[in-house]
Design a protein around this ligand. Sequence first.
Ligand SMILES: [Zn+2]
Ligand SMILES: [Zn+2]
Length: 276
Amino acid sequence: MSPITVTIENIFKDHLTLIQVVLYAGVISILWFAEVFSSLNPWKDKLRHSGLNFLFIFTALPIQLSLTLMVIVISEWAFTNHWGILFLLPYSSSIWVKYVAGFFLLDFFEYVYHVTMHKVKSLWKFHLVHHTDTQLDVSTTVREHPGETFIRVCFLGLWVFLSGASIGLLVLRQTVQTFSNIIAHTHFRLPSKTDKILGLLLITPNLHQVHHHDKMPYTDCNYGDVLSIWDRLFGTYKEMEAADINFGLDVFDNKHASHFSYLLQSPFPKKNSTTG
Ligand SMILES: [Zn+2]
Ligand SMILES: [Zn+2]
């Protein structure tokens, strides 16, 4: 490739991670302040709560940055060798197959990933940390154990290998996913009618809040990442009134929910006495 060949795809490829970080930081900051100004709770409480969640950015970032390079290498290899499910589909070179079918396929894989994190006990111990937040807000988006960050990006590498997703598709997917995940964790709720319409296709804040309810079977519902259609298809779709939702996990002692070091150690057997 000529060094003077500059395309949008190349720019995104070279700065994929940086763009994601900037996008993440920008959208989270805007919505965080929107939550502050729309809430009656003291902003100092929110700052304390968000501060703990934002600490997880520092543990996630080095893992995310280094492993994203691996995902890019897999994508380039698959693209060069015409490898993956997307290349097996009819009209595989059409933009609809490349981007639209690819988007749906990757979203289905993310649904499988989320179900796997809940159903496999050894993986649930890492994902559980995300669910221990008792005050769901936009900062909960980044509350992810570094072990889960590692597992999540490794799974993404597997999904890219299986699908043959191009860098362009990954950029599109990650951008939409970033907005969707952040908005889904805000404390805002959509009016019922709007939620019903958008919820036919998308995971709305109302739907993701049900996923953060502290009791089964609600914790094991609405696994969707961007799209809600997989939950509808596989019978894991649930709705719940805001007044009935209690954030957190009833199998976790809430007194540890704001202790960063405890949360980091919680998946490991020696220090873990209250989760399972
Ligand atoms: Zn979950
Ligand atoms: Zn969540």
